[in-house]
Design a protein around this ligand. Structure first.
Ligand code: IVH
Length: 693
């Protein structure tokens, strides 16, 4: 039996180890929810035995370490953490409200709160002096962070100068994050180029902010939301936290619209419920909501407990990562014939649903993660994304944890490997249709070569076509597609639109009413958009964002179907692999026939002339930089311009569109004036960029 002293020491060491993994190495070993549990356990222990609280306990500081490569920044006002509630029920919100009223000695009061989203990114402090952004720093350990000014300057949303505020010092605090669409677009691009992808938007944000090369940081676009202040000098504070957020928004700092001023515990509960329902459809990841007492006077009265304010609490949503056990490893055949190893799991509640299958992606990933049958693994399910196995937990560091069977967390003696080598395992044949399987040079995946002969591929192609983000055919789920394909009612996509109520109603578990609804949904789906239709066709490498780019660029389907790979390369973000895949797909007579039939059956969308040459706002423009700008380094200015498609040249000629000049600009400025090339200062540049957006 471990006593509280040993247990606290054990927990401290363990938490310190995970802090290092998470903050310094960006390589967490356990899910966040698991970390939170350890942290809470230590906090509870220390609360019960205050004499056990050591000055170096992780509860006494905010996790994180300064990395080499960025200058340390000492925060004028420490960047604190907030208490976290993890109840799925209302209890967390109500307990917070009760605590606030108790501390204020106003048990009957209806306290006013601001409810915000808890953004899942990286905390950043922006220091403005006389309204100019002079420094940006990460939180680090809360006392000292890292100077990431260059990278933060590449975030378009962050103003380099506040509008209408020239206070001597105003520090804005908030979260730098990667929007889901930017994350997907980045990964789509990386995959097409055969380069490594990001695990999740949070890691993308952290990696981008800590990128030593600002031009690379600019390639991974981040966004920002302000949620508070640091040091302030010479700016009269509003009376409320919401007043601060409104003022920041008026200064041009991004503040999330999705916030509310509410009264009392029920107000908090209402916000939590509303946001939980919105979570998946938000354009960015959140891991919960944050409640804050609105009045600054009341905040001051409430004060702090060690490192956490008493006036704020984070209320987390169910974790998107959990631990569970692998029961078996199966192989599934996907839409494009891709063979995917899938872990069959002990069902686990994660990301709001029960998950019993999680992808292992491919042979190499399974081998790299060394996932074996019987292993305890971290499963992740975020939003609509397919659940995946993040990694294996090899040992349980804390066997004494209450309510947990320690043995369950160790790799069982002789844990069985499913053969990693898919070819050997399958005898070279597709497990569904028996066609031979192939792995092309440079590819990570094995594929069934059967195409639409393979029932598995046909089913997946139909499900993809019907999906919410594609043709959005409500009611056409796995079960039904299975019956339709296995029953020989559907051979190709157009057959869907040939289904009638009588045929459908004859199927097992299909009532007349559902059959009517499905036919209506099919009819409804016929009116669509070009980008949805393109995405629905399921062309390899054409994800949602590429489909949008194609639709925007070409405007008409015929133009896309006739485009050569060279024509396709003119579309922003379309590389050679994607261009070839699109051209190959439309060169296939079978695919052209599918499109023709779908159109003949009434599938339609609006077309336009397309944007012939327009790509990025500054593409085709050449800039030259000279002299020292007041706030932007040369690299940062270059990154800002290049991110918008401009070319940055080293010398001025007649073909230069703009010269950006700072202090001590020399001969390049003279040359510009001589040739009549327009000259901008830093503010002029920023205005130009804004006007081009
Ligand atoms: S307020 C003194 N508001 O969550 C209060 N934090 O421990 C300071 N976070 O990593 C924090 N969204 O970066 C606050 N709307 C929000 C937030 C938020 C995300 C992060 C923050 C920190 C952690 C709080």
């Amino acid at each position: 039996m471990t006593g509280p002293v040993e247990r606290a020491a054990q927990l401290r060491a363990e938490i310190a180890r995970h802090n290092h993994q998470y903050y310094a190495l960006d390589a967490p070993l356990i899910p966040d929810a698991e970390y939170d549990r350890l942290f809470r356990e230590l906090q509870t222990l220390e609360a019960a035995h205050p004499e056990q609280r050591t000055p170096d306990s992780p509860t006494q500081r905010v996790g994180g370490q300064v990395l080499d490569g960025f200058a340390p920044v000492r925060h004028a006002v420490p960047m604190l953490s907030i208490r976290t509630e993890t109840d799925i029920s209302d209890a967390g919100a109500l307990a917070f409200d009760a605590r606030v009223r108790r501390e204020l000695e106003q048990p009957e009061a209806q306290v006013e709160y601001v409810c915000e989203l808890k953004f899942d990114g990286l905390a950043i402090n922006l220091r403005y002096e006389q309204g100019v952004l002079v420094q940006a720093a990460t939180r680090g350990d809360g006392e000292t962070g890292e100077d990431v000014t260059q990278n933060v300057r590449t975030i378009h949303q962050i103003p380099l100068r506040l509008q209408g505020c020239d206070a001597p010092v105003l520090e804005v605090r908030g979260e730098a994050y990667m929007a889901r669409s930017d994350f997907e677009r980045y990964n789509e691009k990386q995959r097409a180029l055969g380069l490594p992808t990001l695990v999740n938007p949070r890691n993308g944000a952290a990696g981008s902010i800590r990128q030593l090369d600002p031009a690379l940081a600019a390639r991974r676009p981040l966004s920002f939301f302000a949620y508070g202040l640091g040091e302030v000098q010479g700016w009269p504070l509003p009376d409320t936290h919401n007043g601060i957020l409104d003022a920041l928004a008026a200064f041009g700092v991004p503040v999330c619209e999705e916030r509310a001023v509410v009264r009392g515990g029920p107000g908090l509960v209402g916000f939590h419920e509303r946001i939980a329902g919105l979570r998946d459809s938000l354009p960015f990841d959140i891991d919960g909501v944050v409640y804050k007492v609105n009045s600054l006077a009341l905040q001051q009265r409430l004060g702090f407990v060690t490192r956490e304010p008493r006036w704020a609490v984070a209320h987390k949503f169910p974790a998107e990562e959990q631990l569970t056990v692998v029961r078996d490893i199966d192989i599934q055949v996907g839409r494009t014939g891709k063979l995917t190893p899938v872990a069959k799991l002990e069902p686990v509640f994660v990301g709001g649903t029960t998950v019993s299958n999680a992808t292992l992606h491919n042979e190499d990933e399974t081998r790299r993660k060394d996932v074996r049958i019987g292993d305890t693994v971290i499963v992740r399910r975020a939003g609509d994304v397919i659940p995946e196995v993040v990694g294996v937990v090899l040992e349980n560091p804390l066997p004494a944890r209450s309510g947990v069977d320690a043995e369950q967390y160790r790799r069982a003696e002789g844990a069985r490997r499913a053969p990693f080598d898919l070819y050997a395992r399958l005898g070279g044949k597709c497990p569904v249709c028996g066609s031979h399987i192939v792995r092309e040079e440079g590819e990570v995946d094995w594929r069934c070569s059967g195409g639409l002969v393979c029932a598995a591929q046909r089913k997946q192609a139909i499900l993809h076509f019907a999906g919410r983000r594609a043709m959005d055919i409500e009611g056409l789920g796995d079960r039904l597609v299975e019956q339709l394909v296995d029953g020989g009612l559907i051979h190709s996509l157009p057959d869907l639109y040939r289904l009638d109520v009588a045929t459908l109603a004859g199927l097992e578990r299909m009532a007349e009413k559902s059959a009517q609804n499905l036919v209506a949904a099919l009819e409804h789906s016929k009116t669509t958009t070009l980008n949805r239709f393109l995405y629905a066709l399921g062309i390899r490498h054409v994800g949602e964002s590429t489909a949008k780019d194609l639709a925007r660029h070409f405007g008409r389907l015929d133009a896309i179907m006739q485009a050569t790979p060279e024509d396709l390369l003119a579309v922003p973000d379309v590389g050679p692999v994607v261009a070839q895949s699109i051209a190959d797909s439309f060169a296939e007579p079978h695919n052209r026939e599918v499109v023709a039939q779908l159109r003949a059956l009434g599938v339609s969308w609006e077309e336009h002339d397309g944007l012939s040459a327009v790509t990025l706002p500054l593409s085709g423009k050449t800039f030259v930089l000279t002299g020292t700008l007041p706030t932007l380094s040369r690299d940062a200015a270059k990154a800002l311009l290049e991110a918008r498609g401009a070319k940055v040249a080293g010398s001025v000629s007649k073909r230069t569109d703009f010269v950006v000049a700072g202090a001590e600009a020399g001969s390049k400025l003279d040359k510009a004036l001589q040739l009549g090339v327009p000259v901008l200062d830093e503010q002029g540049l920023m205005d130009k960029l804004r006007e081009m957006e």
